[in-house]
Design a protein around this ligand. Structure first.
Ligand code: BES
Ligand code: ZN
Length: 893
C-alpha cells in the first residue's frame, strides 16, 4: 500500500495485470444479433431451443468458443452472410467444458476474417429448481393445486444456462426472442409482443420485438398463468411519450400489485427527468415470482421480484413492507438507465450499477414519500451496513478484480451496494446534487447503449463541476476501508484532527495505516454561525482546525452524516453532545450518527461500551423511529455478543432496554389508526417488539391476551403490523402449543410478507425439541429454498438456538449443500446466517476445522468475513465484559 499516502497520484486498480486472469471468451468472433426461439416444457421441466446468431468474424478461425452451462449444443452450423464468400459448414466437433462453462465448436474450414456469418444452433436444457438460468417456479393456485411457471435469472453469469451465448456484460447485441408455449399461458420477454400464432397441440408461438443493443445478463423471459394490473405514466418527463407499466402476478394475486404499480409509474417518470433520457422501451413489466433467489432483478423491460418485494395487501400486509417495495421498485427502475442503458465494462465495476442504483433508489423514494425521511433512514440502514463490513480486514475495495463466476457473485455485498451508495452520497453532497445529476446525465448520454467504467463517471462529473473528481475519489473506490477521525481540543476553538483506518478489531498497525483519505469534514457550528470552516476538507494525515468564536462552544463533525467515516471525540465533547441530544438540539440524522459511532467505537475498543450505554441513556425521551432503529441495532449487537454471559448481566441489559422504551410503549398503545403518520406506525411496532422481547410484563401479557383471542378465531386481535412482534413474544414466553399454532399460521399465511414474518418469528422458539423440529421443517419442502434465510436469521438471533443451528448445519451439510449451493448468492447468506453471531475463539476453531477439508471457493468471502466478525465480538467481549457489568450495577440494572 505504498501508493496510498499519495492518493493524488491516481491509484491503479490493484494491478492491471489481473485482467489476464479473467475468465473471458476469445475475441476471434463477436455476436451482433441473436434470433432465439425457446420451447419450454412445463411438465417435463425441460426446454429445447434454436438460435441463429449473427457474427462478425474478426480473425481467420475454425473454432468458435461461447458460453454454455448445463445446456447441450446438439448441432451447429455456420453460414456465410457475405454474398461474395458464400459457405455453409456443419461443425465437425462440438465439445462442452463444464468447468469453464463453455462450448467449443470446430468447423472444417477457416471462417475468413472481416466477414459476417450466421451461427445456427440447436440445443436443449433443463428447467431447474435452483432459481438460476431458465428455471421453474411453483405455487398453489386459487384451487390449491400446485402449478408451475418458467422464468429466468441471469445476472451475473447464468444466461449461459438458458442459451449458448457470449455471456459478458461488454459483449452487447440485439435480440429477437420467440417463445413457443401452451396456448392458455402468458408469455413475456423484455420487449412487447409483435405477433402471436396458434400452433397444433394447444401451443402458440409468441414473437417479441427486437431489443435495443444490450448485455446478455439482462435478457429475460417468463411463461405462466399470470394476470396483471396496469397504468400508463403521464409521459410529461419522457419526451411526451407515456409508458405502459404492468404488474404481473400469478392469477388472483394481481390486485396486490397496485401499490408497486403506482410507485413505479411515478418513479419511472421521475427518472426520465432526472436522467434526461426517455425510457427507451415501449413497456415496463414487473413480475412477482414465487421462487426468487435475490430481492429483485432489473431485466430490461421485464423486472422480476420476490413476491414480498412487490405484492402488498393493504388489509393483511405489514406496513414495513411498503417501504421495502417502494425502494426495491425504485432501485430496479434506476437500473433501466444505470446498468441497462449504460453497463459496466466488467464486473469489477459492479458498484457502478449497484452503488448508484442504491443511492438513486433512495433519492426517488424521498421524492415520492417525503414523509418517510428516507435519507435519514439511509444513515442507519445503508451507511452503517457499508461501514460495518468495511471495518473488517476481510473487506475489499469498491473496485475489485473478479475473474470467474464464483468470485463475481460474492461481491454483491454491502461494499458494492452501501459503501458505494455512501461514497456517491458524500460526493453528491460535496458537488451539490444538481451538479452531480448533471454530470450523471452527461455520463449516460455519452455512453448510452455502451459500456463504461468508474473513471468515465468521474470524467463526466469533472467536466460538469470543473473539479478533478477522480483525484480525490479514487482513494474511496480503489482502497479498502475508511478513516476514523481522532479529535483532540487544545481549547474549544482549536481542534487537532487526525485520520487513521478504522478497523472493528481495534487499533491498526502502522503498515496498514498508510492511506490518506479525502474527507469533507462537514463542520456544523449551530445555525447562526457563518464560517468557511463548514467547507473544510481534511486531506492530510493530521490537521489543526481553528473554529470561529461561538457563544455556546457547540460544534459537531460530519453534519447530517453525509461523510463516510467515524468521529472519535474527546470524552468531554461526547458528553456535551449527549446533553445536546437531551435538549433536542441535534437533527435526527446526527442523533442516529452519534449512536452509531459510539457503538462502532465501543466495538473496536476506541471507546468503552459503558460510554455507549451512557450516551444511549440520554435518549430516554427520543421519539423518532429512525433513531430507535439505530439504538435497537446497537443494543442487539451488544446482546448478541453477550449471549452466553451470566444471566444477571444478560437480564440487566434487557432491563435497561425495557426501561428505554417503557414510556413510549405506553404512550403509543396497541391500536393503529389510518390517521397515524407512517413513522409513528413504524415506531409503535418497534417499541412493542422491543419491550415485549425484553420482558416488559404489561406488554408480554397484552401480547399473550391478544394471541389467545387470535387463536380462538378473532382475526382482528392484533394488527398485521405487529403480527411478527406478537409471535416473537409469544414464542419467547410460550411452548409447544404456541409453536404448533404459529407453524400452522405459517403454512396458511395469506400474503408473502406474512410468510416471511412468521417464519422469522418461529426462529425464536425456546425449547430444544421444538428448535430441532423447526430446523427440520426449515429445510423441508414446506419452506421454499428462497426463504431459508428468514428461518436461519431467526434461529441465529435466538440465543437458545444459535448453537443448535450451527450443529444442525454441520450434521446436515451434504443435504444443505445439495439444496442451496447452486443458488450462489443465497448460499453465501446461508453460511453467514449459520455462524456469524458467535463470540469466542473456540467457535472460530470449530468453524475453521469444519471447513478445512471442504471446497469453500464459492463462499470464501462471506466465510472469511463471518470468522472475522466472530473474532471482533470475542475481543469486544473480553475487553468490556466487566465494564458493562459495572455500568449495569452503577445504573441500577
Ligand atoms: N441486480 C440486482 C439483482 C442481483 C443480486 C442479481 C444479486 C444477482 C445477484 C438487483 O438490482 C438488486 O440489487 N436487487 C437487490 C434488491 C435491491 C432493492 C437492493 C436484491 O436482490 O437484494
Ligand atoms: Zn441492483
Amino acid at each position: 500500500a505504498v501508493f496510498a499516502a499519495y492518493y493524488f497520484l491516481k491509484i491503479p486498480l490493484i494491478s492491471m495485470t489481473t485482467t489476464e486472469k479473467r475468465q473471458v471468451l476469445p475475441t476471434n468472433v463477436r455476436p451482433t444479433h441473436y434470433n432465439l426461439t425457446l420451447l419450454p416444457d412445463l411438465k417435463e421441466f425441460t426446454f429445447n431451443g434454436t438460435e441463429v446468431i449473427n457474427l462478425n468474424i474478426n480473425e481467420n478461425t475454425k473454432v468458435i468458443i461461447l458460453h454454455a452451462n448445463d445446456v447441450k449444443v446438439k448441432s451447429a452450423k455456420i453460414v456465410s452472410l457475405n454474398l461474395k464468400t458464400s459457405y455453409s459448414h456443419e461443425a465437425v466437433d462440438i465439445s462442452h467444458d463444464e468447468q469453464k462453462q463453455t462450448a467449443t465448436l470446430t468447423f472444417p474450414h477457416d471462417l475468413p476474417a472481416g466477414s459476417t456469418a450466421a451461427l445456427h444452433l440447436v440445443f436443449a436444457g433443463y428447467l431447474n429448481d435452483k432459481m438460476v438460468g431458465f428455471y421453474r417456479s411453483s405455487y398453489k393456485d386459487e384451487l390449491n393445486q400446485t402449478k408451475y411457471m418458467a422464468t429466468t435469472q441471469f445476472e451475473a453469469t447464468e444466461a449461459r444456462r438458458a442459451f449458448p451465448c457470449w455471456d459478458e456484460p461488454a459483449i452487447k447485441a440485439t435480440f429477437d426472442i420467440t417463445l413457443v408455449v401452451p396456448s392458455d399461458l402468458v408469455a413475456l420477454s423484455n420487449m412487447n409482443v409483435i405477433s402471436e400464432r396458434q400452433l397444433p397441440n394447444d401451443k402458440k408461438e409468441v414473437k417479441f420485438a427486437t431489443t435495443p443493443i444490450m448485455s446478455t445478463y439482462l435478457v429475460a423471459f417468463i411463461v405462466g398463468d399470470l394476470a396483471y394490473v396496469e397504468k400508463s405514466t403521464t409521459g410529461a418527463q419522457n419526451g411526451g411519450k407515456p409508458v405502459l407499466v404492468r404488474v404481473y402476478a400469478t392469477k388472483g394475486q394481481e390486485n396486490n400489485g397496485l401499490f408497486a404499480l403506482n410507485v413505479a409509474a411515478d418513479v419511472l417518470e421521475y427518472f426520465a427527468g432526472v436522467f434526461g433520457i426517455p425510457y427507451p422501451l415501449p413497456k415496463c413489466d414487473m413480475v412477482a415470482i414465487p421462487d426468487f433467489e435475490a430481492g429483485a432483478m432489473e431485466n430490461w423491460g421485464l423486472i422480476t421480484y420476490r413476491t414480498a418485494a412487490i405484492l402488498f395487501n393493504p388489509k393483511d400486509s405489514d406496513a414495513k413492507f411498503k417501504q421495502r417495495i417502494a425502494y426495491t421498485v425504485s432501485h430496479e427502475l434506476a437500473h433501466q438507465w444505470f446498468g441497462n442503458l449504460v453497463t459496466m465494462d466488467w464486473w469489477d465495476h459492479l458498484w457502478l450499477n449497484e452503488g448508484f442504483a442504491t443511492w438513486v433508489g433512495y433519492l426517488a423514494v424521498v421524492k415520492v414519500f417525503p414523509e418517510w425521511d428516507y435519507w435519514t433512514q439511509f444513515v442507519t440502514d445503508g451507511l452503517q451496513r457499508g461501514l460495518q463490513l468495511d471495518a473488517l480486514r476481510s473487506s475489499h475495495p469498491i473496485e475489485v478484480p473478479v475473474n470467474d463466476p464464483s468470485e463475481i457473485h460474492q461481491i454483491f455485498d454491502a461494499i458494492s451496494y452501501y459503501k458505494g451508495a455512501s461514497v456517491i452520497r458524500m460526493l453528491s453532497n460535496y458537488l451539490g446534487e444538481d451538479v452531480f445529476l448533471a454530470g450523471v446525465r452527461r455520463y449516460l448520454k455519452r455512453h448510452e447503449y455502451g459500456n463504461a467504467s468508474t473513471g468515465d463517471l468521474w470524467k463526466a462529473l469533472a467536466e460538469e463541476s470543473g473539479i478533478d473528481v477522480e483525484e480525490f475519489m479514487s482513494v474511496w473506490t480503489r482502497v479498502v476501508g475508511y478513516p476514523v477521525l481522532n479529535v483532540t481540543e487544545s481549547d474549544p476553538n482549536t481542534l487537532c484532527i487526525s485520520q487513521s483506518r478504522f478497523l472493528s478489531s481495534g487499533i491498526v498497525g502502522s503498515d496498514e495505516d498508510t492511506t490518506v483519505w479525502w474527507v469533507p469534514l462537514g463542520i456544523d457550528l449551530g445555525s447562526n454561525v457563518q464560517s468557511d470552516v463548514r467547507n473544510a476538507v481534511l486531506s492530510k494525515k493530521e490537521e489543526i482546525l481553528k473554529l470561529p468564536h461561538r457563544a455556546d462552544d457547540f460544534y459537531q463533525i460530519n453534519a447530517r452524516k453525509t461523510g463516510v467515516f467515524r468521529v472519535n471525540y474527546p470524552p468531554e465533547r461526547l458528553a456535551k453532545l449527549g446533553q445536546a441530544v437531551k435538549k433536542n438540539l441535534l437533527e435526527t440524522s446526527d442523533r442516529v450518527g452519534l449512536v452509531a459511532d459510539a457503538g462502532a467505537l465501543a466495538l473496536s475498543g476506541h471507546g468503552k461500551t459503558s460510554g455507549m450505554l451512557s450516551l444511549i441513556k440520554e435518549f430516554e425521551d427520543e421519539e423518532k423511529y429512525i433513531v430507535w432503529m439505530e439504538i435497537n441495532s446497537r443494543m442487539a449487537d451488544l446482546l448478541t455478543a453477550w449471549f452466553e454471559q451470566p444471566e444477571h448481566v444478560y437480564q440487566g441489559l434487557h432491563a435497561f432496554r425495557r426501561h428505554l422504551v417503557s414510556k413510549l410503549v405506553r404512550k403509543l398503545g396497541w391500536e393503529y389508526s389510518d390517521s397515524d403518520d407512517f413513522l409513528t406506525t413504524m415506531l409503535r411496532t418497534l417499541v412493542i417488539r422491543t419491550a415485549g422481547k425484553s420482558g416488559d410484563p404489561d406488554v408480554v401479557n397484552e401480547a399473550l391476551r391478544r394471541f389467545k383471542l387470535f387463536t380462538s378465531g378473532d382475526e382482528s386481535a392484533f394488527h398485521p403490523n405487529i403480527r411478527g412482534a406478537v409471535y416473537e413474544i409469544v414464542l419467547t414466553y410460550g411452548g409447544e402449543e404456541e409453536f404448533d399454532f404459529i407453524l400452522d399460521a405459517y403454512k396458511n399465511a395469506k400474503t408473502a410478507d406474512q410468510k416471511i414474518v412468521t417464519l422469522n418469528a418461529l426462529g425464536l422458539v425456546q425449547q430444544e425439541n421444538l428448535i430441532q423440529k423447526f430446523l427440520h421443517f426449515a429445510i423441508s419442502d414446506e419452506v421454499k429454498n428462497q426463504d431459508i434465510i428468514y428461518a436461519f436469521a431467526g434461529l441465529q438471533a435466538n440465543r437458545k438456538s444459535r448453537r443448535q443451528l450451527w450443529n444442525f448445519v454441520k450434521q446436515n451439510w451434504e443435504l444443505i449443500h445439495e439444496r442451496y449451493s447452486r443458488s450462489l448468492v443465497l448460499f453465501g447468506n446461508v453460511i453467514k446466517y449459520s455462524i456469524d453471531l458467535f463470540a469466542s475463539e473456540e467457535d472460530i476453531r470449530d468453524i475453521e476445522n469444519f471447513f478445512k477439508d471442504k471446497d469453500t471457493k464459492e463462499f470464501a468471502r462471506p466465510l472469511k468475513q463471518s470468522l472475522e466478525n466472530i473474532r471482533v465480538n470475542a475481543a469486544w467481549l473480553s475487553r468490556d465484559k466487566e465494564d458493562v457489568e459495572n455500568w449495569l450495577k452503577n445504573n441500577g440494572y
